[in-house]
Structures are given as C-alpha cells and as structure tokens.
Design a binder for this molecule. Sequence first.
Ligand SMILES: [Zn+2]
Length: 611
Amino acid sequence: MYSIEQTDKQLLGTSAAIRYHLHFENAHRHVVRVVMEVDVARNGALVLGLPVWIPGSYKIRDYISTLGSFSLTNQNGKSLSWQWLSKNRLEVEAEEGMLRVEYMYYAYEKDSTIRSSHVTRNHAFLNLVTCCLYVEGREQEVHHLWFHHNRSLWKNVSTSLSPVKEDFTPDEPLVLGALNYDIVVDSPIEIGNHFVNSFEHQGSVVEVAIAHRGNFNPEWLEERIKTIVETEARIFGGLPFDRYVFIIHLFPGMRGGGLEHARSSVNAMDSWGDTAKLHRLLSLLVHEFLHVWNVKRIRPRELGPFDYNRENYTRMLWLVEGATSYYDDHLTYRCGFYTRADYLRILSKDHLSPFFRQPGRNEATIKDNSFQAWVKLYLPHEDSLNRNVSYYLHGGLVFLCLDLWIIAESKGTKRLDDGFRALWAIYKQRPEMGITEEEFIEAVEKATGVAIRKNLLTWLNGKGDDLPFDELFSRVGLQWKEAAPTEMLKIGEDIPTMPTLPKLFTGLTLKTDAGRLVVAQVEDYSPAFEAGIGADDEIIFVNSSRCTSADEFDVLLAKRGENKFSELVIASDTGLVTLPLTPKKMLDFALTVREDASEEEKALLECWLQR
Ligand SMILES: [Zn+2]
C-alpha cells in the first residue's frame, strides 16, 4: 500500500534486507561509490532499476546516464550473469544469500541541484532517486542507507531519513532508514558543514539546514521560517509530521527553485540577496512548505503511487501547483512579510500582468498544459510563450478567482482555506489514494456551501481570458486597471543627458549571447511580430545607432517615442535585413481599492485579506 508517512521512531532498531553503502573517497571528483546489498531468499532472477524521473518535477531525466562501472556478485565475490532489460532496468541471476551490486555515480549537476545531486570536496547533496536502484517487487520493504563519510570533516547531516539507532560513535558510518522505496526517493540529504538549527512547533521538530555563501543571514531566515510553519499549521490544524527539514541552498548564480517532499523540501536561490530576492525566497519557502499538504498528501489520484519508469500523466496540476502558487504570495502576506499594498502590487506585477501579457494563455486549457507538462513546461523553446502558459501562473489565478468567488458568495463566512481543510480531512481518512477533479469539487462545495462547479469547470476547460477578474475584483471592492507607466529609476534631479524615458512595448525579449544582442522571444501579434522579427535575430543598429544591450535598445526606441517608427538593422543567418518596428505604450496595471467601494464590498475585502 502506498504511503510516504514515516516517523523517526518507526525506524529505531530496524534491520533491512536492502542496504545501500555510499562512499565519498572521490568526492573531489564528484564521484560517489555505491555498494548495494540485497538479501536474497532463493536463486532466481531479480530486476533492479533506477527511476527516470523524480516526483514533483515532470520531466524524464534518465538519471541512469550518470551511473557506470557495474559489478554484480554473490556474497562470496563470484560474478553473476546479468543484462540490461531497458535503459534503466537490469536483470541479474541472483543466488541465495546476498547480492552485491557496486557502481560509480557521477554526482555533479552544476546550475540547479534541487532535482539532482551535487558532491564536491566541501559537501554532498544527494537526491537518492539519482543513485539508489530499486528492487522490483520489493519496494515496500524497509531500506537502509549507510553513509561512509569522514564525520570529522563533514560534521552535519540534514535529511528526513530516520536514524536506525539513537547514537552513532564518530568512527562508525551513519545508518539511516526509510520504511519503503518511495520514502528513499522522497528524502534528499545534505552532508557537510552547513548551518543547522532546529525548533519545535506543537510537538514537531523543524530543522533548518542552510548551505550558503553570500549575504543572507541564517538566523534571520530561521525566524521567518518559524512564522511560515505557524501560519500554515494554523490553516490545517496542526503539523502532519514528527520532524521536517528545510534544506536551503544559497549560492551565487544559482538558478532559483524548490522541490517538495513529505518531510522536507529543497529550496535554492542565488545568494546575493537584494530585497526582491528575499521576497522571492520567503515566497518559495511558503510554497514548498505548503506542499507538505497540497501534493504530498492532498493529491491527484495519479500522483502516488508512482510508476518510476515512465511519465505519470495528470490533468490536475492546476490543483497541485496552481493552489500552491496562489497561496505562496497570499500566505507570504498573511505571514506578515508583505504589507497589504505590497501584496496587491505583487499580485498585479508577478501574477496578473505576466499572465495577461502572454499570448499562449488562450491556446490550450490548463488541463491540457498539465497533462503535457512533460513536453511543454519542462521542454520550453523560444516560441512557448505563444503556444501555452505555465499551469503555475494560470492555476494560481484560477485559485485567486475561486477564493474570491467563495468569499463573495458566502458573504464572507467562508474562504478557500475551508475547502482545503475538507480536502485534508479526506486525506486523513484514506492516505493511500489521491482525489479526482469531481471529489475536489464536491469537497469544496460541501465545506463552503458555495456552488463552484460551473465556474471552476469553465475556467479549467476554457481559455485564460475566461477568468472573470473584472467581476470578482469588483465584488470585493477592488479594481485592476491600466495605470501610469512605471518610470525608470530616478535618483535626485533629472539630469539633462539622462532623461527618464518610459519603457515601450515591443513584444521582444532580448538576451546577450557572446557579446551579441540577440532576440530570445517574440510575442505573437506584438509590434515585433508585425515587424517580422524572429528568435535568434541579432540586433545591430537601431535608428542608425549601434546597439549592444537591452537597456540601450529600450532607450533608443523610447527616444523616438510610442507609435513612432524605428528602423532596426538585424543580422540573420543569411545576412543583414532592415525592419521597421513601431513600439506601443507599455501597458502597466495596478490592483487598487475602488474609491466607490460599498461597505459590503469593503467587508469582503477584509475577509480576503484577513491574516
Ligand atoms: Zn510547487
């Protein structure tokens, strides 16, 4: 039976017939030596495999590509005959006693580690899905992992795997366990000399593990994590674990992102923090921690149990990532990290505006974009913005609509939280099985007394423009409308040589590539689209001026003004072309309280923004 629930107590004193020994003598070369031992009851064929993907990140990653030098022997060291059955599964003629499998794992993903591993002479971060083979048919057994690192060199270990005994002497390997293979996959581990601290909340232990280099203050972050844990526990009426680990990677230049697990999360961010990055980090931590409930436990039926050998399709990522994306900034506000004005500004700037500026929002339903996440969101190209939109962005707005609808229809007596509490109750009754779309609707309607079926189905099966923001914002006394364009940053007086020019809309995204200014993306039906500009075109001149940066490009266009023709000289793969570009005014929106809002509307607004 599928379960990702585990408490540390359950592993104390256990033994395991499947054991992995991880050796780090080649950490400086990013190589981990893995020795897997499997107790075998009788002679016969055994199939071992490595997952091709990690739950939470819907992409085939073929982790097997970084494993090699396999040696399969019996307990006396005799080589056994074995062969590959497919790219990630092998079959061995095992003999009674013990099967020993040794292999080398190259554990070094440079830019983003959350879905992979990163081992250097300074630390080891491992997602065990990348290097621990499963034994087909024996996934439900207890698994032990032996970590053979030099514990005086790497002093700290942070993971939700559970120790199999109370104390380990400094000289013996650390042995940690999981009740089944799903939990092995769901338990990343950070080993090194990172910042560690822990606190208790309502009888549960929360550990904070921060591997960092930069100007973040770990203690500052830990204080905010306490608030996040308290705020989210309040919504669901407690914490569903005995212990939880926030693993946080803050390194310069690191690609931001997170990955959720049942008793931990991995959160990564470029470490040179300015205020905007700090907000993003807090919102990321809120997001990944909410996944403790939404996706790890409350989940679509298709997402657990998993088939690790292929894509696991679901049409319900609108629930998994949509609700979590709505709640991430909403709860960051409710944690007190944003003022009300901040939240309304962020909602407009980071959620509404990017969605309503993206042409692809009307090209596919959110359910189709969810189903095809494997080849859409996770395999983007320059033209993706015209063909689809992220179910994070779209789904977040679906849940914003749903929350406002529930608040308005229930006259402020219910909100989305009530729906999620009902879904949580369903999980507690039957943790082994996820929910369907129909069960989601029924549970939320029953908990809130509000009819959501017709609206929700219209939003899920329709286009992006079907989301009724004018109506819903109006019902809570808000308006979202075009506002004065954002001006360039102005410091002190206007300097005659540096006029503050508003940025114009072209529909182009530019990037610099080896010193060249190159077109990254072109929005359909935008001025750049009309001008005939395509991805990979290199900008050489704008109105006869040499142009080498995106900022310079903006200024050169803005100098001439909106709706005024500019001449671009572009180098394409065949030669130079001259194209006319007529930029438009950049639409800037602001979400604000309507001056004429009624008392009733203001009361509903208070309900929505109640902390
Ligand atoms: Zn997420």
